[in-house]
Design a protein around this ligand. Sequence first.
Ligand SMILES: NC(=O)c1ccc[n+]([C@@H]2O[C@H](COP(=O)([O-])OP(=O)(O)OC[C@H]3O[C@@H](n4cnc5c(N)ncnc54)[C@H](OP(=O)(O)O)[C@@H]3O)[C@@H](O)[C@H]2O)c1
Length: 288
Amino acid sequence: MNYATLNTGAKMPLEGFGVFQIPDAVECERVVYDAIKTGYRLLDTAAAYMNEEALGKAVKRAIADGLVTRDELFITTKVWVQDQKTEESAYNAVRASLEKLDTGYIDLVLLHQALGDYFAAYRGITRAYKEGLTKAVGVSNFYPFVLANFCDNVEVIPAVNQIELHPFFSQEDALALMKEYGIQPQAWGPLAEGKHGIFTDPVLTEIGAKYGKTAAQVVLRWNVQRGVSILPKSTHVERMEQNISIWDFELTDEDMSRINEMNIGHSEIIDHFNPQLVKALNNMKIHP
Ligand SMILES: NC(=O)c1ccc[n+]([C@@H]2O[C@H](COP(=O)([O-])OP(=O)(O)OC[C@H]3O[C@@H](n4cnc5c(N)ncnc54)[C@H](OP(=O)(O)O)[C@@H]3O)[C@@H](O)[C@H]2O)c1
């Protein structure tokens, strides 16, 4: 496992485990415990995933069972749009997340979307950072034009920007900008959420065959080899194992170029540029 050094000086595992779309508490607790047992040390949740409490319980159990210590884990959560209204609402959202996680501190708090009053909200999570509730702050889904303006106007440069990154939406321009600002890029949907026939893609399968690896392992390796942190999600232990077994092979420059050619230049998972989606996200409530 390789680590990224964040602009705070903290080390973050380059590969982690995401828990989006595991709303059932019992299942989420089982899955997170299995992920830790499998070797994942970076865990990614969000207030909007409604499973912070379950993740926290799994962490406690893993620590009690001697699988891991708290300081070996890196726990990320995100403030939802509903709380990206004022400095106070975002700050309170961090407190609420920490209470649910019950992990002593959070390693990274992100603003989930570039929506609402995200400057005010960022001041709120920055306050939580200064008070030690979280060891770092960052953003998610900040496209390059939003991120440049943001970085030029905030006190603390985000440590991480978590965006959709996979071979079909490779966002090289976003990576170049993050490099300029010293921001660590992190991929959500690193397996394209299974879209585009990614697991049976002929190019990925052919490349993988050279190394005895699956198409999934090839796409994950491609992202980490270009310096991107990844958060593959799976509820299946054998897939968790498969997805973390990417640290024993290296793609050639030619493999990397062939994968780069698969980019279609836009997302087919979410259209952040659709005003109806913006309205829907602004109206999505996760608490009263
Ligand atoms: N910031 C954001 O806005 C945002 C948005 C989306 C996601 N995220 C984060 O990023 C994480 C990952 O993204 P994601 O969950 O959307 O999608 P993903 O990791 O790209 O794909 C997950 C899907 O792939 C399947 N899968 C996983 N490994 C596989 C394998 N080796 N072979 C075949 N199928 C496999 C999973 O099925 P099974 O579970 O059935 O195995 C699941 O259906 C999330 O969990 C979340 O933490 C953040």
